[in-house]
Design a binder for this molecule. Structure first.
Ligand SMILES: Nc1ncnc2c1ncn2[C@@H]1O[C@H](COP(=O)(O)OP(=O)(O)OP(=O)(O)O)[C@@H](O)[C@H]1O
Ligand SMILES: [Mg+2]
Length: 216
């Protein structure tokens, strides 16, 4: 039986009076892999940022593994890895960042090095470089490596391959196929064809609503 990992009930979120999420209801089970699609401005990023507790919703409810992300953000973020559409401008150097991640999540730093290597990023060559000075694709690779090394229950990728070169894209999809534990994933993407075989659901959003939710 599939257990619900995320429960989203009638969620509405407004920005400056405009409804960006309009009564969204959605369940995600423990092993769902979702391709989330829809036009620019549909509300995809707003929905995942609400799941992460980065935004406070105006009405409705969200629960992640039984926790309210707005109130129990630390507990929710312990179970979820998020690779944002635009990497944050982190000033720490790579080695400082990895040390910080090790301290806060107890993930073995060598696992992150290994995952990054599989994406063709050798972190040993960039130890003293601030994160924000990596190239766009390198930042994306490092964030993916951290997420996979953490073995999170829920992986949320907001257009993760947008800045990856074709080879790195191929490595990324290979890494996903190699994940050896039960997890759920949401891939926000404009290229669903790349996720063939990796997802079991296609969700389309438009104008702040889920307009289609199909098993594939
Ligand atoms: N922090 C914010 N403040 C004000 N408006 C916002 C904010 N974040 C998003 N919006 C608005 O909410 C709407 C939905 O944005 P969102 O980023 O969720 O879309 P999206 O589906 O992820 O689009 P894209 O495919 O372009 O990434 C847009 O009209 C956007 O301008
Ligand atoms: Mg977006």
């Amino acid at each position: 039986m599939s257990i619900k990992l995320v429960e989203i009930k009638s969620v509405t979120k407004k920005f400056m009076g405009a409804k960006v999420l309009d009564s969204v209801t959605l369940d995600i089970s423990n092993s769902d892999k979702i391709a989330m699609m829809g036009p620019n401005g549909a509300g995809k990023t707003t929905l995942v940022r609400s799941i992460l507790g980065f935004y406070h919703i105006d009405s409705g409810s969200i629960s992640v593994a039984g926790f309210n992300p707005a109130k129990d953000r630390v507990k929710v973020l312990d179970k979820v890895s998020f690779i944002p559409q635009l990497p944050p401008p982190i000033k720490l150097t790579i080695s400082e960042l990895l040390h910080f991640i090790h301290k806060s999540t107890s993930v073995d730093t060598s696992l992150i090095y290994n995952q990054a290597l599989k994406l063709d990023l050798n972190l040993k060559n960039h130890q003293n470089k601030p994160f924000f000075k990596l190239s766009g694709g390198m930042k994306q690779k490092l964030l993916i490596a951290i997420a996979l090394a953490r073995r999170s229950k829920l992986l949320i990728f907001d257009e993760p391959t947008a800045s990856l070169d074709p080879k790195a894209r191929e490595y990324f999809y290979r890494l996903l196929q190699d994940i050896d534990y039960e997890y759920s994933a949401i891939y926000i993407t404009h290229r669903a064809e790349e996720l063939e075989g990796l997802v079991n659901r296609h969700i389309y959003m438009d104008l702040g609503k889920v307009v289609e939710d199909v098993v594939v």
